[in-house]
Design a binder for this molecule. Structure first.
Ligand SMILES: Nc1ncnc2c1ncn2[C@@H]1O[C@H](COP(=O)(O)OP(=O)(O)O)[C@@H](O)[C@H]1O
Ligand SMILES: [Mg+2]
Length: 604
């Protein structure tokens, strides 16, 4: 959760709002590359401590993370939040005065060094404009999940353990060099005994263990951060890590990914322009996924100059349409339309791979999203705040007018513009700035959708500079309007509502009967909920207590005076009866205490 800590604290550190231009994920290559020395060093350390008891090991790693953070210029942060006890004994953080202004870049480098789980966590944070400041988001979007491939012997071991067959028996051919490697697994080309060409995704041995260990650390760091850092009060850090843990654990079971692939294949079965690989279930297990090989080239390897402008335009539009269909028609969308996950099979045919992150939309969400989309495509800007509110976006009611004005300004700035005229980093920055300044709360269920749309937008511009979102969106919106709100849809809706209503009506006589019976028997109970009465009672009781103390004080004083006047015998102090003196003293003490309490409460 350290990651989050640095991201969030930025809110309190307003200094240096300078935004750095970042490369967006689309522009990057996700193929394997040799990691930095930092990752290697950390990996070694992890192995070194692997024999220690679990708790101590975690603390060791936590302090290691703290050291990495300090190395990346977060010393000021440790000083500010009194976290220096996490550093090894005696080490003082070096405070770099420029660090706060470059926090996004520093954070990104630090996560890179900490390893794949942290990189993925950073990627998740980059999709939360409601909690992470825009300058950090822009940097976090540049994080890539690239790692070194693991050795072929381990590939063999995993495949054999999961399939229960030796590699030679299971496959006719199996390429030893992977075509891609990521933190969870890597992909090899192979041929099945029946001659079919496939790709086999094999999970990195030890991936679940490493991820679980990193998750435990994140939970621990989240707890410390939540306890000590005031700026995090409005965030549920644990829930954030929970959300992350859920999504990353899902990616560990390839059978889920296989099921997602099947669903997409089914959804696009009739579409000649979209190819989804078939799943070979008998060669698929939790750690091994075998898919039909798609003959084509991924967008990030594509040499766009070999294509005519028109072909590029058609490809970009095809992609946009495919995702619009997933979002508005199927309610089941690919959450990571990264250029390495989209293939070009022919000028008019794209292929989709990598089904680890998918988003689902309910029918209700789809209908609301469609309304938003239709209004946005048709220049109904004033309707947008309401549409967004319907979708669960929360904004302060008294600032609705301001929100509307800002939305309008943003909209017309980009309306009708081609992608070439738009700097996507700028759009992200402005959009997120708006979310931030208006304190908008975004519903978590749309986070993946936002990310998918942003990624797709940046892929579009790589492909075809003159891409105009509205040009594709408008006719699509028109069709949707006809489909969603046309007579057929309305008839279906009416039927569904009718069934629901019928069930309510059929219950009605019984409910009326029950109420009448209770009335007849005099058993009707009505519950009252009083608001604010509890607080009033507490105050009343405090006031009564004070009154009682005041009476005791007054009684004590009067009693002591009477004793002082009438008691002639017994011990005397300074000519006054000793009991009377004691009475005066105790009453005075009580009186001062009462007075002090009243003054301190500020209500004299
Ligand atoms: N069915 C396929 N046909 C051809 N190439 C594929 C197929 N599936 C994956 N690939 C290639 O392997 C790469 C990594 O696969 P992917 O499923 O995206 O794994 P990861 O989850 O590691 O990103 C893709 O970028 C693509 O180049
Ligand atoms: Mg991929």
């Amino acid at each position: 959760m350290f990651v989050g800590v640095w991201a969030f604290v930025g809110r309190s550190l307003r200094a240096g709002r300078e935004l750095r231009r970042a490369r967006i994920p689309s522009a990057q290559n996700s193929q394997a590359h040799v990691p930095t020395g930092g990752i290697q060093r950390l990996a070694c350390n992890t192995e070194r401590v692997a024999t220690r008891p679990a708790k101590q090991r975690n603390l060791g790693r936590l302090s290691e993370i703290a050291q990495v953070a300090v190395r990346h210029g977060f010393g000021y942060f440790f000083e500010k939040h009194r976290l220096t006890d996490l550093l090894p004994w005696g080490q003082r953080p070096v405070v770099d005065p420029t660090a706060a202004s470059q926090r996004g870049l520093h954070l990104r480098n630090m996560l890179d060094e900490l390893g794949p789980t942290f990189v993925k966590f950073g990627q998740l944070l980059s999709t939360r404009p409601d909690i992470v400041p825009p300058d950090i988001i822009v940097e976090l979007r540049g994080l890539q999940d690239d790692v070194r491939p693991f050795p072929f012997e381990q590939v063999e071991q995993v495949v054999e353990a999961d399939l229960g067959l030796s590699l030679e028996r299971a496959f006719l051919e199996f390429e030893t060099e992977p075509i891609a490697a990521a933190s969870i697994g890597q992909v090899h080309r192979a041929v099945l005994p029946n001659g079919r060409r496939v790709v086999v995704k094999v999970q990195r041995p030890g991936a679940p263990r490493q991820i679980e260990a990193d998750l435990a650390l994140l939970y621990q760091a989240a707890r410390i951060a939540q306890e000590r850092i005031r700026a995090l009060d409005f965030i549920d850090a644990r829930e954030l890590v929970d959300e992350f843990a859920r999504s990353i654990r899902q990616e560990l079971d390839y059978r889920l990914e296989a099921r997602n692939a099947e669903r997409f294949r089914h959804d696009f079965a009739g579409d000649p322009h979209v190819a989804v690989p078939r799943v070979y279930w008998s060669y698929t297990r939790a750690r091994v996924l075998t898919l039909e090989y798609l003959e084509g080239i991924t967008l990030n390897d594509l040499d766009v100059t070999a294509y005519t402008l028109d072909e590029r335009r058609r490809l970009a539009y095809r992609m946009t349409e495919t995702w619009m269909t997933m979002i508005f028609r199927n309610g089941f969308f690919h959450g990571d339309p990264h250029p390495a996950n989209i293939m070009v099979l022919a000028p008019e045919r794209i292929g989709i791979v990598d089904f680890g992150q998918i988003g689902k939309l309910t029918d209700d969400d789809m209908a609301k999203l469609t309304r938003l989309f239709i209004d946005a495509a048709n220049e109904q800007v004033d309707m947008l705040p309401k549409r967004l509110a319907d979708l669960g976006v929360r904004y302060p009611k008294d600032r609705e007018e301001e929100f509307r004005a800002q939305l309008r300004e943003l909209y017309y700035k980009y309306y009708g513009a081609t992608l070439a005229e738009i700097d996507p980093v700028q759009v992200i920055r402005e959009g997120f700035q708006l979310i931030h300044s208006m304190h908008l709360r975004l519903p978590t269920r749309f986070v993946l959708l936002d990310k998918a749309i942003a990624t797709l937008g940046s892929v579009g511009i790589e492909l075809y500079e003159d891409f105009n979102v509205f040009e594709v969106a408008k006719p699509y919106a028109r069709d949707l309007l006809r489909e969603r709100f046309g007579p057929r849809y309305l008839a279906r809706q009416a039927r569904r509502e009718g069934v629901r209503l019928a069930s309510v009506i059929s219950e009605l006589p019984y409910q009326v009967h029950d109420v009448m019976e209770e009335l007849r028997d005099g058993q009707v109970e009505i519950g009252f909920v009083h608001k604010g009465l509890d607080e009033f009672m507490v105050r009343l009781s405090a006031a009564l207590n004070r009154l009682v103390v005041a009476l005791v004080v007054a009684g004590g004083l009067i009693g002591s005076s009477l004793i002082g006047i009438f008691a002639k015998s017994g011990p005397h102090v300074l000519g006054i009866n000793a009991i009377s003196v004691l009475g005066f003293f105790l009453s005075g003490l009580l009186g001062i205490w009462l007075l002090w309490g009243v003054i301190r409460s500020g209500r004299l």
